[in-house]
Design a protein around this ligand. Structure first.
Ligand SMILES: Cc1cc2nc3c(=O)[nH]c(=O)nc-3n(C[C@H](O)[C@H](O)[C@H](O)COP(=O)(O)OP(=O)(O)OC[C@H]3O[C@@H](n4cnc5c(N)ncnc54)[C@H](O)[C@@H]3O)c2cc1C
Length: 422
């Protein structure tokens, strides 16, 4: 029997489940496929509704991990196989080589001499990093990583430049077996591929971006150092449109509502408004969803004369060839007819797709119709939390993850009872 909880995914939900279980007296281990923990939240500029930086919350959790020897984690890792049953699982974990060991001090000497570049996935490809890079400036663990697929295999410049012996170009993939009593799936979401929404022309109009790109554009550690500039020509954005339900609630794309996109666009309108008092934002929506505690936030935006909320579905986006401006055609739901308007930039409020449905978890997972994990049908000892279960905000994901931790505690309690009963 093992009282260890195996958590798959190290976003805010997985981190929370691991910490809560460990603080209730269990051991927990997080398996994360990226080089650092934090998940998608680490890519946000600010959290709604308080508009504080997400790193406040993440940093507290990283401290709880650092201070608790009952919590361990593997980054750049994925589960290869799982056998056994409740109370007695064995998971084989593949740990991909980082090529940078724990001697790394983040001095950056390796990146300074690295001749190769790679697209920066942290900034959704809006800039690049060297092949050896720090995932981002608040990464946990704070350690460089080498993307060998981006570099010339005979180059040793990074290893030669590192005075601490932290670069190990011969590091190899490893596997470890983990014994666990329970498993928590916390694999979260990926942004919906906006190129698939044909009428909105994300792939062909540079100044049509997605909501996740907007988070990075506004962030001081983003590709434009926090200045909201449009991609085609670097012009500062003064007049922005948000197209709600971009691909969502649409049988040809994502048939469901991602629950947070309205709040995300309202929040992103404040990014522009706070940066430039003359700027204007217009949000085109079908229904504005700002439930419960979020209603005050919506009211605040409604009171801003430079924010316009227009009930209308964006039917088409074209480009004005002379200026590069996107031109939106909107079906005006209240007034009838069509509205045609030109903006500096358009943000598509695209939805969240469950990462689990694309594989990576070698368990017999029951999915509900939209590809989220159906928690009610999972086998004994396995639970799901956060956006892997359903699209949600951070607060609700954290509550859900705390529930998953409790279910893992219950697995151990059942095992102890059974052992006592015998
Ligand atoms: C544009 C936008 C703005 C948002 N702004 C806010 C906001 O201001 N406030 C708010 O409350 N919410 C906001 N949200 C929602 C918020 O991002 C989610 O609630 C949150 O990310 C959920 O966390 P999670 O841990 O469930 O998933 P994730 O953040 O997706 O974390 C999942 C983790 O699992 C890892 N993983 C995936 N598959 C595997 C695998 N097979 N093996 C190992 N690891 C794996 C991933 O790499 C990732 O690290 C926003 C969402 C969007 C789209």
């Amino acid at each position: 029997m093992s009282d260890k909880v195996l958590v798959i995914g190290g976003g805010i939900s997985g981190i929370t489940a691991a910490i809560e279980a460990a603080e209730a007296g269990m051991e927990s281990v997080i398996v994360e496929r990226n080089p650092s923990l934090g998940g998608r939240v680490a890519q946000l500029y600010k959290y709604f509704p308080k508009l504080c930086p997400p790193y406040c919350g993440l940093e507290i959790n990283f401290r709880r991990i650092r201070q608790n020897p009952a919590i361990s984690y593997y980054t750049l890792s994925e589960i290869e196989s799982v056998s056994g049953s409740e109370g007695n699982f064995t998971a084989t974990v593949r740990i991909n080589p980082r090529y940078v060991n724990e001697k790394c001090t983040n001095c950056g000497d390796c990146a300074a001499v690295c001749p190769a570049e790679r697209s920066n996935d942290y900034n959704f490809g809006m800039n690049s990093t060297k092949a050896v890079y720090l995932p981002h400036d608040l990464a946990f663990p704070m350690r460089y990583v080498l993307d060998k697929s981006a570099c010339n295999s005979v180059c040793q410049a990074c290893a030669d430049a590192c005075q601490y012996g932290a670069i190990d170009l011969n590091m190899e993939e490893k596997t470890v077996d983990i014994a666990a009593g329970s498993i928590v799936i916390a694999t979260g979401w990926d942004p919906y591929d906006a190129a698939r929404i044909e009428n909105l022309n994300f792939a062909s109009i540079p100044n049509v971006i997605t909501n996740v790109m907007m988070e990075r554009l506004a962030a001081p550690n983003g590709p434009t150092s926090g200045k909201i500039k449009r991609p085609s020509d670097g012009k500062e954005v003064k007049n922005i449109a948000f197209a709600q339900c971009a691909g969502s609630r649409d049988e040809n794309n994502l048939a469901y509502c991602s629950a947070i996109c309205c709040m995300a666009s309202l929040k992103q309108a404040t990014y522009l408004r706070d940066a430039d008092q003359e700027s204007k934002a217009e949000i085109f929506y079908i229904d504005l969803r700002a439930p419960g505690k979020y209603e005050d936030f919506l009211r605040r935006l409604e009171e801003d004369d430079n924010v316009t909320l227009t009930k209308g579905k964006v039917a088409k986006i074209e480009e004005d060839n002379a200026t590069g401006d996107p031109v939106v055609t909107v079906e005006d739901i209240l007034g009838g007819g069509k509205i045609k308007k030109q903006f500096d930039m358009v943000v598509l409020a695209a939805g969240m797709e469950p990462a689990a449905k694309n594989g990576g978890i070698p368990l017999n997972i029951p999915f509900e119709d939209h590809g989220f994990v159906d928690g009610d049908k999972l086998g004994a000892g396995i639970s799901v939390c956060g956006v892997a279960r359903r699209p949600d905000d951070v607060t609700t994901s954290v509550q859900d993850a705390t529930g998953a931790a409790l279910r893992s505690v219950q697995v151990t309690a059942r095992a102890v009872q059974t052992a006592g009963g015998n």
